[in-house]
Ligand binder design. Structure first.
Ligand code: CA
Ligand code: CA
Length: 649
C-alpha cells in the first residue's frame, strides 16, 4: 500500500491531508488504502483532516505518529456538517487524540477502528456530534473515549455515542475510566481491561448512570437530553428493555480482480456524456466474459435493463454518473457475491436495482434511487456508505452501515425502507424531511444503532411497526411519531421521547428465545415489604424497580421458556455510586435460579454493575417446568429487583 510520509523535523502544524472546511457540499470524498505518517520532529502535525457529506469514506487507512508526537490522527473537528460518512478499517497510532469528532447536523458512522498510544484520549466526541461505532479497539493509558468536553480541547458539548462492540485496554493497568460520558450513550458488548470501570458519568450534568463493571458490558444506556428521563426502552406495548440482538455479519470483501479481466462499455460502443443510451454497451461489456465491468468517470445513460450475469462479480463506477430511468438487475451468475460500487445518480433520475437472484449483493459508496427484490427469496444484501431513496426487503437478511435515506417519501406515499418479513440490521441511518423512515411488517425484525433525522417532520410516522419487531437506539433529531400495530390495535407514541425504542412482538420473543420479566409484570411476586423507586438517574427497565431492606423478604420472577434449550440468565439492578442510594446496597445478594436440572444460587454485589444486564450463567430450561429467579433480602443492606432476561444460547 502507498505510504505518504512527512519529512522529519519540519515543525509542520497542519494535517498531512486536509480536505478543507465546510459547510456541507463535500459529497463523495474518499481516502482508501493509504498509510499516513507524520514523521518525527512534527509534534503539532495532524494526520488526516477529512470532510465528506452524505456519502464518503475513509477506508483501509493507517495514520501514525512517533510515540509522544502528533496532534490529532483523524481530525473531524475543524468544521461543521462533516458527514454523514463511513470511517472503516482505520488504525491510528499515537497523537494527542486518535479521533476528534465534533459538531452536529450530520452523524458519522465508524466500523473497525483501532486506536493506540494516544496522550489525551483515544477518541474525543464533543459539541453535539452523533457517532455510531462498531468494533473499536483501544490500547491506551488515557480514556479510550471521551463523550463530552475535554480540558484543553473543547469545553462545550452535547452529543450521542453509540458503541456496538469494543475492547478497551489499559496496558499499564493503571485504573481510571475507559469511557468518560456526560451525554447520551448506548453501549453494547463492550469489554475493558486495566481500567477500574468502563463508564463514568459527569456528575454536573447528571446524565446517565455509572457502572463498576470492570471487564464486560452487555447493554448499557445513558439518559439523553433531559436529566429526568427514565433509562429504559420506550414502547407503546409491553416491551423488553434490550435490543433484538440479531447476529451481525461482516460485509463480504470481494478482492479486485486482475486488470485483464476488466471491461468497459467504451470498448463496446458506449460513449460518455451524450444523449445516447448506453444500456446495450454496458450489457455487452458484462457478457464479454469480464469479471469486473467499470464505468469510467463521466455520464452514462441507462434507459433499459442491464443484467449482471455470467462471470461479472463487480460493477464499479470509478465515481461515474449514471442517468436515466433504467434497471440494474442482479441475475444468476458464477460469483456468489456481486458488488456494485462508486456510482452516482444525480437528482431527477430513477435507476432501480432489482435483485432477481439468491446471490449476495454488496452495495457500497454509491447514490442510487431504489432497490427491490423481484423474486420471493432473493439473497442477502450488504449496504455500506450508500444514499438511497427507497429500499424494499422481502424475506431477506440485510446488514447496512451508513445508510443515508434522502428524498421526500411522504409525497410518494411509500416508506423509505420497507421490511417485509426480513431481518434488517442498520448501523447509522440518516434521514431528512417528511415521510416514514422504516416500516416493518409481517413478522419482520428491524434493528437500528443510531438514527438521525434532519429537517422538517411531517405527519407520517417516523417508524411504523405492524405485527413485527423493532429495536432502535440513539434515535435523534426532530420529533415525530412511532406507530405500533398489533392485531387490530394501533398505538402511537411521540418519538421525541426516545433514545431507545423497543417493540418486539410476542411471536418474535418466542422465535428468538427471549424471556423478559420486569418487576411490573404479573409474573413477578414478592413476600415482605418492597418499595418502588425511580430515583436513579437512568438505567431501569420498565416503569420502576423495587427494593427491600428486610432480610426475610423475597422477590420471584417466574417464567416459562418457549422451547427446551440452554438459556443465559441475566439480572438487572441499579447502582448509583455517588448518590445517597449507593452505600446502602447489599454486597451479597443471592439469586436462586430454578431450572430443569434443579436450582443454582449465584451471589452478586449490588454496589456494583448497576444499569446493565448481568449474566448469572447459562442453564437448561424446559417449557413444561416453570422457571424462576428468586432474590432474597439481605441483612447487609438493601436489595433491588428491576428485571430478569433469558436469551436462548
Ligand atoms: Ca452515452
Ligand atoms: Ca423494572
Amino acid at each position: 500500500l502507498t505510504i505518504l510520509k512527512l519529512r522529519d523535523g519540519l515543525g509542520f502544524t497542519d494535517a498531512l491531508i486536509d480536505f478543507g472546511a465546510g459547510p456541507a457540499q463535500f459529497f463523495r470524498n474518499a481516502v482508501r488504502d493509504l498509510t499516513l505518517d507524520i514523521g518525527s520532529g512534527n509534534p503539532q502535525a495532524s494526520g488526516l483532516k477529512f470532510n465528506a457529506s452524505n456519502q464518503g469514506t475513509v477506508a483501509n487507512v493507517r495514520i501514525r505518529a512517533p510515540a509522544g508526537e502528533g496532534n490529532v490522527g483523524l481530525d473531524l473537528s475543524h468544521s461543521g456538517e462533516i458527514g454523514p460518512l463511513l470511517v472503516r478499517d482505520v488504525i491510528i497510532e499515537s497523537f494527542g487524540l486518535g479521533i476528534w469528532s465534533r459538531y452536529q447536523t450530520a452523524s458519522q458512522t465508524y466500523e473497525n477502528i483501532t486506536l493506540s498510544g494516544q496522550r489525551e484520549a483515544g477518541w474525543l466526541n464533543s459539541s453535539a456530534q452523533d457517532v455510531y461505532a462498531r468494533n473499536v479497539t483501544s490500547t491506551n493509558t488515557v480514556p479510550a473515549i471521551v463523550n463530552g468536553p475535554l480540558a484543553g480541547r473543547d469545553n462545550t458539548g452535547e452529543g450521542l455515542f453509540v458503541l456496538f462492540g469494543g475492547q478497551l485496554n489499559n496496558p499499564m493497568a493503571s485504573g481510571g475510566t475507559a469511557i468518560r460520558n456526560q451525554k447520551a450513550m448506548f453501549l453494547k458488548g463492550v469489554k475493558a481491561q486495566g481500567y477500574s470501570r468502563i463508564v463514568s458519568r459527569d456528575l454536573v450534568s447528571f446524565r446517565g448512570n455509572e457502572t463498576d463493571v470492570s471487564t464486560s458490558l452487555f447493554e448499557y444506556w445513558a439518559n439523553g437530553k433531559t436529566a429526568d428521563r427514565r433509562g429504559g426502552a420506550i414502547s407503546s406495548f409491553d416491551t423488553i428493555d434490550a435490543t433484538i440482538d440479531l447476529p451481525v455479519l461482516e460485509t463480504p470483501e470481494v478482492p479486485l480482480s486482475a486488470l485483464d479481466t476488466w471491461a468497459s462499455p467504451l470498448s463496446f460502443g458506449g460513449a460518455l456524456n451524450d444523449a445516447v443510451d448506453d444500456t446495450a454497451a454496458i450489457q455487452a461489456a458484462i457478457d464479454s466474459g469480464a469479471e469486473t465491468v467499470f464505468l469510467p468517470r463521466g455520464r452514462w445513460l441507462i434507459e433499459g435493463t442491464v443484467e449482471l450475469r455470467g462471470s461479472v462479480r463487480r460493477l464499479i463506477g470509478t465515481e461515474a454518473t449514471v442517468t436515466g430511468k433504467g434497471i440494474i438487475r442482479i441475475a444468476d451468475g458464477s460469483a456468489c457475491v456481486v458488488v456494485i460500487e462508486r456510482i452516482e445518480q444525480p437528482v431527477g433520475n430513477s435507476i432501480r436495482i432489482e435483485h432477481a437472484s439468491r446471490r449476495t449483493l454488496v452495495l457500497q459508496n454509491m447514490l442510487i434511487a431504489e432497490y427491490a427484490p423481484t423474486i420471493p427469496n432473493a439473497g442477502r444484501v450488504f449496504i455500506r456508505d450508500v444514499v438511497m431513496r427507497r429500499l424494499t426487503f422481502r424475506n431477506q437478511e440485510v446488514w447496512a452501515r451508513q445508510l443515508n435515506l434522502e428524498g421526500s417519501a411522504a409525497a410518494a406515499g411509500f416508506p423509505r425502507v420497507l421490511n417485509d418479513n426480513s431481518r434488517v440490521w442498520i448501523l447509522g441511518m440518516k434521514t431528512e424531511d417528511d415521510g416514514t423512515d422504516v416500516q416493518t411488517v409481517n413478522g419482520g425484525l428491524t434493528e437500528v444503532y443510531g438514527g438521525l433525522h434532519v429537517g422538517a417532520v411531517g405527519t407520517a410516522p417516523r417508524l411504523e411497526t405492524i405485527d413485527a419487531s423493532v429495536s432502535a437506539v440513539g434515535l435523534r433529531g426532530g420529533v415525530g411519531t412511532l406507530n405500533e400495530v398489533r392485531g387490530l390495535e394501533r398505538r402511537t407514541i411521540d418519538q421525541g421521547l426516545t433514545d431507545f425504542h423497543s417493540s418486539l412482538s410476542p411471536q418474535a420473543l418466542v422465535q428468538l428465545g427471549i424471556v423478559f420479566v420486569d418487576n411490573g409484570d404479573a409474573r413477578f411476586s414478592t413476600t415482605g415489604t418492597w418499595t418502588s423507586t425511580t430515583s436513579f438517574p437512568g438505567g431501569f427497565a420498565g416503569a420502576d424497580a423495587v427494593f427491600t431492606r428486610e432480610a426475610s423478604a423475597s422477590a420471584t420472577f417466574a417464567f416459562n421458556v418457549p422451547s427446551a434449550a440452554s438459556y443465559e440468565v441475566f439480572a438487572r439492578w441499579m447502582t448509583e455510586r455517588s448518590g445517597q442510594n449507593h452505600s446502602g446496597h447489599s454486597q451479597s445478594v443471592p439469586y436462586t435460579i430454578r431450572h430443569a436440572q434443579g436450582t443454582s444460587t449465584v451471589t452478586v454485589n449490588q454496589q456494583q454493575s448497576g444499569g446493565d444486564f448481568i449474566s448469572l450463567g447459562t442453564f437448561v430450561f424446559d417449557p413444561s417446568l416453570s422457571g424462576q429467579v428468586v432474590i432474597n433480602g439481605s441483612a447487609a443492606g438493601s436489595v433491588m429487583a428491576d428485571a430478569v432476561m433469558l436469551r436462548r444460547r
